[in-house]
Design a protein around this ligand. Structure first.
Ligand SMILES: C[S@@+](CC[C@H](N)C(=O)[O-])C[C@H]1O[C@@H](n2cnc3c(N)ncnc32)[C@H](O)[C@@H]1O
Length: 233
């Protein structure tokens, strides 16, 4: 059950209180750091129910570190966390310290999948999409899938989330074309955020994706879908 207080805007300062199963988290999200949206919260709820014991985990675009905290509390033995900007990583580090994450953590400034490391048991990401600032909006999703073989060890898994507006069948097809086996590990409907209506190009793109949203009682809903995709052994 999603009962978390999700901020309306994405880069304003906030104090985020959220509960994931038995975990109650209170995170500082300073101005300029991505405020977890329903995507981040649903991914957090999903990760909280999983086991990362003894795993070396990479999180791309960690933001305030919400998922990194959960990964650490759920047994990860080593974390590599990336962001575009060192100050964002500093804030994530403070949130990890607050929750006593003691496994080795590397904070890395990296441009998405360009981390120059490999052999990860798990890669986690909530890829930029609606606000990806890319003409090809799926850029972060597709590069994640196409390059995952460079990051993961054989049998390793990729866990990520995106909206039906990002074309779920296309993601499943690309994962399978790349030889990964796919499971849907969570899905949930959410009403559109206000800023979707401010982007005409985005509205046109989503209209071109069959089943990208539903309308109930005049309200548009997207469905958020979390994937677990495993590399062959
Ligand atoms: C959708 S937000 C997710 C943040 C956080 N994981 C969460 O779920 O709340 C995407 C994150 O990716 C970061 N990001 C954007 N472009 C990036 C890039 N080229 N390389 C690494 N991170 C990037 C953003 O700063 C942002 O924190």
């Amino acid at each position: 059950m999603l009962n978390n207080d999700i901020p309306d805007k994405n880069l304003d300062e906030s104090h985020l209180k959220c509960s994931f199963g038995t975990l109650e988290l209170e995170l500082e999200v300073p101005a300029g750091v991505w405020n977890p949206t329903p995507n981040g919260i649903l991914l957090g709820e999903t990760l909280e129910q999983m086991d990362f014991s003894n795993e070396k985990v990479l999180e791309l675009g960690t933001g305030c570190g919400i998922h990194a905290v959960i990964l650490g509390l759920r047994g990860a033995s080593e974390l590599v966390l990336t962001e575009v900007d060192g100050s964002i990583l500093g804030h994530a580090e403070r949130n990890l310290q607050k929750y006593g994450i003691t496994c080795p953590v590397e904070f890395l400034i990296a441009d998405w999948i360009q981390v120059n490391q490999n052999g990860f048991d798990t890669v986690v990401a909530n890829p930029p999409f609606a606000l990806s600032n890319k003409t090809y909006r799926r850029y972060f999703i597709d590069t994640l899938i196409l390059e995952s073989h460079k990051l993961l060890k054989p049998g390793g898994r990729l866990i990520f989330i995106h909206s039906t507006m990002g074309d779920v069948p296309r993601t499943i097809r690309l994962l399978e074309e790349c030889g990964l086996s796919v499971r849907i590990i969570a899905d949930k409907d959410f009403p559109f955020r206000d800023y979707y209506f401010e982007d005409e190009v985005y509205l046109k793109e989503m209209a071109a994706v069959p089943g990208s949203y539903t309308v109930r009682d005049g309200v548009r809903y997207e469905r958020l879908v979390a994937f677990e995709a495993r590399m062959p052994q």
